[in-house]
Design a protein around this ligand. Structure first.
Ligand code: GLC
Length: 729
């Protein structure tokens, strides 16, 4: 690590107040304490809910708590809907049915059932609906919450036009284990970033008025700790100490609740012996009672009956009882809740628990406006999907998510000196680049890497799909197929699958520079890739505009600015390796005998076609009191000859406290654009409430002490200063 100790106090107008307002919104610190005010409009909704519930039979209440999955229309299902036995339909990844079918199901509920309560239609809108954006982990590498929010606005417009009311997203499960296939769906290893991006998706989906017909109800998932799966194997046991639960896994959910998310999904995993879906302490006591969450909680797919497999329920009835007692209000797919009337008759459960669940579900349906406008305008599907504007924005997000890891001798961007490039490798003509949750995205919509490079080639440059004697430079496209990451696709090996590394080393015989482009879903062990490449670009699964975005970066029409939000390991043996770890009592001895403890590429890392320098780190004071804040500023300069974005990062370290603390914690970031030779003073406001530690009840408290603070380009470099937090006396 290279730290330059400078002392230089400079005052600066504070353009970054927004970051800290977002920070405060991220629930890192609940500055004002949460007032449980219920708005006038909500009071009106609850009045309607209560009068409707007074008319409902117990069977109709249980019906609202039931979400059914249908591959298609069946008479049994229509009959169940007309009998008020269904509250929601899950429109699946395969054979998605469109607005006409949706309206047909909805008519059965609204016009065919006794009380006419509308259904709410859910679907996995994870990173796009028909226009597919990069996988979420890639989107987080843009470090642009605004971009991610806008992508969610577009996805909501497309999905709602197709009959969807409710997206099962954002997925905000912090993960430090790239073996876990679903790391692709989250926003990296840092709780603060998952909080920022989760809140951005909620705002994009729900907007300021979720009842609008182009908005979706959001769903924070998977509550909670799903990313800590033992061995990185999906669905496995999670052993999570309280301090990690509070300081890591809860942070994004608290931020999502504060952002107004109306639903939460309970996770599959067992948490220290109590599976999430039966975990009353976390769901009812923490999420609902402490945090004041007033939406509803849906189980994950069959997670209710899987309590039997977990060994915490002997049968469906006990699984149903434990689930609703825990505070899970709706059952996805399975039908154990049909046992609840019997359980009620036998006094095993009280009706007020069922009433609370139904009240929450109806509250969300009213908030979504389903009682006012239950049907989808079927004309929108012809105009709102895969528009040129949507594609153009997907291209912007994709290129901003790409991370330049190596660029020897400035071989990139491709320049006029190249006359002929060969775009080769197993992913050169791949169109399956939309990740695992590709919703209704079509491979026929995807611009392949080869086509993107060929169609956007500058005059005078020939693009071929094979290497020949006239080839100046090789672009090798490698990666992970869609079937190697995502749900239930964990890997024990993090190297490129198959013989792709042999393919890369075989290119050396051509004695031409090699630019390797990796199409991945998770952090990989790239030691065998970068060693065989003059340049390496991480392209992720970039979605519909893959090839165009790649061309923008490689041809220099866009200067890459993406930065990693997960550490990239040197080997699978290093897992877990992450930046915000504790220090240990022998920090100089925490290595392996055969490997360093540092990752190949650290959290926050990413190169540009230009260079940036950091100078003049200054603090408005070297002492702050509780309730105070200080301004941390640095001068950032573009010292190269290309304009570009730089993601300036702010980290702190609490050097000692009543508990050990991470060696670094990301507390803010700014993405700035600088012309060659231009400089900017970047300032952050650090409040004492951003420096808290958990007390024995895990409530955030400030403790006097000394803090290091860094401003830098990634988690392994930067300018350092320190300051004291007093105890106010
Ligand atoms: C899956 C996933 C969850 C998804 C749900 C519905 O098993 O765990 O993320 O939203 O089922 O498809």
């Amino acid at each position: 690590m290279k730290f330059i100790k400078r002392s230089h106090i400079v005052f600066q107008s504070i353009p970054v107040i927004l970051i800290l307002m977002l920070l405060s919104q991220c629930g890192l610190q609940d500055r004002r304490g949460r007032e449980d005010k219920i708005s006038v409009s909500d009071r009106e909704i609850y009045r309607k809910v209560d009068s409707l519930m007074a008319l409902m039979t117990l069977e109709e209440k249980i019906g609202q708590m039931s979400q059914r999955f249908v591959p298609g229309v069946t008479n049994d299902l229509l009959a169940s809907i007309r009998n008020g036995r269904v509250g929601s339909l899950l429109n699946g990844l395969s054979n998605f049915y469109g607005p006409e079918e949706r309206n047909m199901f909805q008519r059965a509920a609204v016009e065919g059932s006794r009380l006419g309560i509308p259904l709410i239609f859910g679907h996995d809108v994870i990173h796009g609906f028909r226009t597919i954006f990069p996988v979420s982990l890639a989107q987080s590498c843009t470090w642009s919450p605004g971009m991610v929010e806008q992508a969610s606005v577009i996805a909501a417009r497309e999905a709602s036009a197709s009959g969807v009311d409710w997206a099962f997203a954002p997925m905000i499960d912090v993960s430090k284990d790239p073996r876990w296939g679903r790391i692709a769906e989250c926003y990296g290893e840092d709780p603060f970033l998952n909080a920022v991006f989760g809140a951005a998706v909620v705002k994009g989906f729900q907007g300021s008025d979720v009842s609008r017909t182009d908005k979706l109800v959001a769903c924070l998932k998977h509550f909670i700790g799903y990313g800590a799966a033992m061995g990185g194997r999906d669905y496995q046991y999670t052993d999570i100490p309280d301090i990690d639960m509070h300081e890591v896994y809860m942070v994004p959910y608290k931020a999502g609740v504060e952002a107004g998310a109306l639903t939460v999904m309970s996770a599959f995993n067992d948490i220290n012996g109590i599976p999430a879906t039966a975990n009353e302490k976390l769901v009812r006591e923490t999420l609902k009672d402490q945090w004041g969450f007033r939406g509803f909680v849906v189980s994950d797919w069959d997670a209710v009956i899987q309590l039997i497999d977990h060994g915490i329920a002997k049968d469906d009835e006990q699984a149903a009882i434990k689930t609703v007692r825990a505070g899970v209000d709706m059952e996805m797919k399975s039908d154990a809740f049909l046992q609840l009337p019997g359980a009620l008759d036998e006094g095993k459960i009280s009706e007020d628990i069922i009433d609370d669940a139904v009240r929450r579900i109806l509250y969300v349906k009213f908030r979504k406006g389903l009682f006012e406008h239950p049907y989808t305008d079927t004309t929108r599907i012809r105009t709102d999907l895969l528009t040129p504007e949507n594609r153009q924005f997907a291209r912007k997000v994709a290129r901003a998510s790409m991370v330049l890891l190596k660029n020897e001798h400035h071989i990139l961007p491709l320049s006029g000196k190249n006359r002929s490039v060969a775009v080769v490798g197993p992913f050169a003509k791949e169109s399956e680049l939309m990740g695992w949750w590709k919703s209704t995205g079509k491979t026929s919509d995807v611009v392949t890497p080869f086509n993107g490079m060929k169609e956007n080639a500058p005059a005078g440059l020939t693009v071929t799909d094979r290497i020949g004697s006239t080839t100046d430079l090789i672009i090798a496209c490698v990666g992970e197929g869609r079937d190697l990451f995502g749900e239930n696709h964990s890997r024990s090996n993090l190297r490129l699958p198959g013989n792709q590394e042999d393919f890369l080393s075989s290119l050396r015989k051509w004695n031409k520079p090699v630019v390797t482009v990796v199409f991945n879903g998770r952090p990989l062990d790239l030691t065998g890739v970068t060693g065989n490449s003059e340049a390496c670009l991480l392209a992720w699964h970039p979605g519909t505009e893959a090839g165009n975005a790649l061309a923008d970066v490689l041809y220099g029409n866009y200067n890459p600015s993406g930065k990693l939000t997960t550490s990239f390991p040197r080997s699978v043996g290093q897992i877990p390796v992450y930046y915000n770890h504790r220090n240990s009592g022998r920090p100089d001895k925490n290595k392996y005998v055969d490997e360093t403890s540092e990752p190949l590429f650290p959290f926050g890392f990413g190169l540009s076609y230009t260079t940036f320098a950091y100078d003049s780190l200054s603090l408005s004071s070297d002492l702050i009191q509780p309730g105070d804040s200080l301004v941390v500023s640095a001068l950032v300069s573009n010292t190269g000859n290309t304009a570009g974005n730089e993601i300036v990062q702010l980290y702190i370290r609490d050097l000692y406290g009543s508990t050990t603390r991470p060696v670094k914690e990301l507390k803010g970031f700014r993405k700035i654009f600088l012309q060659p030779g231009e400089s900017a003073k970047v300032s952050f406001i650090v409040g004492s409430e951003d420096l808290t530690v958990p007390d024995k009840n895990f409530h955030p408290v400030t403790e006097k002490g000394t803090f290091d603070v860094w401003v830098g380009p990634n988690s392994a470099e930067g300018l350092i200063e320190d300051f004291e937090l007093t105890d106010g006396r």
